[in-house]
Design a protein. Structure first.
Length: 348
């Protein structure tokens, strides 16, 4: 698939919009009685507000817009590949994406693009851009402003982030929390990178500024499973998750600060999976707080058999890091998860 940028308007900072799909670019089909994708270039041309921005805006669109429920590792790599191909041509990137899995894609890109020096801003909308009360206009226009923002010749926010309804969030710290309100995203365990009202107020001390070269990766593994614990989980269900021959990385969502059943059979199944070469990562089901392995007896037993603590990582970040980490042959996963690679985790 070829992606060739089309210029929408001239200006100073060069911004590339990558349209993948999502509610923002949809219209209501009277015949089908559903929302369907629309030609996004025509949609942009109907936004006179864009002409008030100082940036030069270019656009690439997926030939067939994707429903974000269909996103997978191949899509992550496609988006990262577009950015890599045009990285030196543009000052910032805005990715229009469906909201349901936006945090998963933003998290994945934070590992596929190591040490970015340019803004990579995800955004979308809860209502299509043609609806009178849409949130699409403000989300898109502000995202373009953030992508082009510079201070002393350098990008103000050189990282993968999500902008939505007045909040700029680190991509791998964000979660979708609302399906029917405009404040769809939040970041429980990390401060906002910026808060937007009449003006854009950047929280500079929370923005990630790093040294070193920007590096792009081109591999993600799909041999990842997510296991959400619940009271009464059976041996059979646990075995199917942990001992599945097609799974190499298991993300286990536990209770509270990382607790799980202390029954021998539970620990034995986890131990069998780990001894066969699988990685088990422990993250909490809670929206805030973190896993503290060893705080209680049940988590201490898991720690003793080699279950890894995910600390305060979100599920979205854990999935992205696991999919990326399984492809890094020069490092063990225990070492990878012990590092803060893209601001995704709080370490002591």
């Amino acid at each position: 698939m070829t992606f060739n940028p089309v210029q929408i308007k001239e200006g100073e900072e060069r911004i590339l919009i990558i349209y993948t799909g999502g509610t923002l670019g949809m219209v209501f089909d009277e015949n089908k009685r559903t929302l369907v994708p629309f030609r996004f270039r025509e949609t942009l041309l109907k936004l006179p507000e864009l002409n008030l921005l100082s940036s030069a805006i270019h656009l690439v669109s997926f030939e067939k817009p994707i429903d974000s429920s269909d996103v997978n590792a191949e899509i992550y790599l496609t988006i990262a590949g577009i950015i890599q191909k045009h990285y030196h041509e543009f000052d910032g990137f805005v990715i229009i994406h469906g909201t349901d899995t936006m945090a998963f894609t933003a998290s994945a890109l934070s590992f596929l693009i190591h040490n970015p020096k340019k803004p990579i801003v995800f955004t979308g909308a809860q209502l299509p851009i043609g609806i009178p009360r849409t949130d699409a206009r403000e989300n898109l226009i502000t995202s373009i402003e953030i992508a082009g923002a510079r201070l002393n010749g350098k990008a103000v926010v050189p990282e993968v982030c999500i902008y939505f309804n007045g909040r700029l969030l680190r991509g791998n710290r964000a979660r979708k929390r609302e399906s029917s309100q405009f404040d769809a995203f939040d970041s429980e365990n990390y401060p906002y990178l910026a808060e937007i009202g009449v003006s854009i107020e950047y929280n500079f001390r929370h923005i990630r500024y790093v040294e070193g070269e920007t590096r792009f990766y081109d591999e993600m593994s799909d041999q990842v499973s997510v296991l959400t614990l619940f009271p009464g989980i059976s041996k059979e269900i646990l075995k199917k998750h942990v001992l599945n021959e097609n799974t190499r990385g298991i993300i286990m969502m536990t209770y509270g600060s990382g607790n799980a059943p202390s029954a021998d059979w539970f620990i034995d199944i986890l131990a069998e999976g780990i001894s066969s070469g699988k990685t088990v990562l422990n993250i909490t089901q809670c929206t805030g707080g973190k896993v503290t392995m060893g705080k209680y007896a049940s988590s201490k037993r898991m720690k003793d058999i080699g279950v890894i603590s995910g600390s305060d990582m979100t599920l979205e970040a854990a999935v992205g890091k696991m999919m990326w980490g399984l492809c890094q042959e020069d490092q063990k996963l225990e070492e990878i998860f012990a590092q803060n690679l893209a601001g995704e985790i709080s370490l002591p």
